[in-house]
Design a protein. Structure first.
Length: 433
């Protein structure tokens, strides 16, 4: 009851009839649907749904699986988009709990069952954390029912911990908070699935979500045929301490990206160090000075900025909001100092654009040999020129995979989710090895 009270405006849940009908419409009458319980789901699902315009565009194509992260409540309330898309035909899955990585050495010390080069995920999930996260997530997204509550588990959990977490999920299902129960387990799906088998818990679990990296080829879990296998991160790999991202990156071969960054960075640093004293004395600025010191912060940490996705996140969630907050305060408190804020805003954006080009060049250079490796190992992928299509085809061609999740947190990522038609339904589970 403490959960349901948050929003009655966007009540509802997915139904077997509506999800099946929706996918048959978009799939030309196809009868073989992927499914979670009795809910039909599209081969491609969306995760990191932070903008409702992107979510609606994704759903309008005939895709109907959306994953929310209870621990990362950013962006628009998905519940506001669901009435337009059709709540009863949209399957909402919520990931509860978080994973963080331990080193291989720590993994070996923690458990013999998980030894190997993969390391191991530890998990910050407990009954109290799960209940709090689920309530907060439903409040943020303005929904009163989760179709699939997916609890994050780790192979290093004790038998009692795993049983207790599944028992918590069963309580949610019995009370109507969710329809089905799933588990999320990062890269160790094969190990965790064996633990679940040994504990005889599969009767309560209808889906398992695992990482499926293009290059690392983690084994898929062994599950009953009635349990859906959802894969995520099909466009990212982690090698030699760096991310290899598979995107439509530009090499920016026609530009001197290093010189452009140095020039724009120096210009922004100069403005910061020569900030008018009247601006520095504004209380809001004085108490939040880092909002107008981003060029110096980046200059001091330039060697640590290696990943384009991390920078996009920092830019959109920290740098630009901080600068805009400071400039808004200046409009109210330093009207006679109009030129410096305008110059600084332009300088910061110019610097960020230059840094993004540099990081994209680096991401492109890391991706090229990785694409060649994918082509060598799978001839069927060589006909796909798009790195995104290569990775999605590889992920969806794995026997037994129900659906794979792609991120929608930026407009340019929407196209990734639309490269394969919703009619490309999952092969029957009895074709899985």
């Amino acid at each position: 009851a403490s959960v349901v009270q948050y929003s009655q405006r966007h009540a509802g849940r997915a139904s077997a009839v509506a999800t099946g009908h929706a996918l048959e419409q978009h799939g030309g009458g196809a009868r073989e649907h992927a499914s979670i319980g009795d809910l039909s789901v599209s081969r491609i699902g969306a995760t990191r749904c932070e903008r409702n315009d992107l979510t609606l565009a994704f759903l309008s194509r005939g895709n109907n699986l959306v994953e929310l992260h209870a621990a990362a409540q950013r962006g628009d309330a998905v519940g506001e988009a669901l009435p337009l898309a059709g709540r009863d035909s949209t399957v909402v899955m919520c990931r509860i709990g978080e994973l963080y990585c331990r080193t291989a050495k720590e993994a070996l010390e923690a458990t013999k069952a998980c030894s190997g080069s993969r390391g191991i995920e530890a998990v910050s999930t407990s009954e109290e954390i799960s209940e709090t996260q689920l309530q907060s997530c439903m409040k943020h997204h303005k929904i009163d029912t989760i179709d699939v509550a997916s609890i994050t588990l780790s192979p290093i959990m004790s038998d009692n911990q795993i049983r207790n977490m599944i028992s918590q999920g069963i309580q949610w299902r019995n009370s109507g908070i969710c329809q089905y129960l799933g588990v999320t387990c990062g890269t160790f799906g094969d190990v965790l699935s064996q633990r679940i088998t040994d504990l005889q818990l599969w009767d309560h679990i209808h889906a398992i979500c695992v990482v499926d990296s293009p290059l690392e080829r983690f084994p898929l879990p062994k599950v009953p045929k009635s349990t859906a296998i959802i894969t995520t991160d099909p466009l990212d790999s982690f090698q030699e301490g760096r991310f290899v991202r598979f995107r439509e990156f530009s090499s920016h071969a026609d530009r001197n990206v290093v010189e452009e960054l140095n020039k724009s960075l120096n210009a922004a640093v100069y403005l910061e160090k020569n900030m008018p004293q009247e601006i520095a004395d504004v209380p809001h600025i004085r108490d939040n000075m880092t909002n107008l010191q981003w060029a110096q912060i980046i200059s001091s940490n330039i060697d640590r900025l290696e990943d384009i996705e991390v920078f996009h996140h920092v830019r959109s969630n920290q740098i630009l909001p901080g600068v805009q907050s400071a400039i808004s305060a200046l409009r109210e408190n330093a009207d006679d100092q109009k030129s410096w804020p305008v110059q600084y805003y332009v300088a910061i954006n110019t610097m960020c654009d230059a840094l993004a080009r540099l990081l994209e060049r680096a991401a492109f250079d890391r991706m090229v040999p990785a694409l060649e490796e994918l082509d060598r190992e799978n001839d069927a992928l060589s006909s796909q020129r798009s790195p995104v299509k290569k990775c999605l085809k590889r992920a969806l061609d794995r026997p037994g995979v129900t659906s794979t999740l792609v991120p929608l947190h930026r407009p340019d990522l929407l196209g990734f989710a639309l490269t394969l038609p919703a009619a490309d339904h999952a092969r029957r589970r009895d074709e899985a090895p």
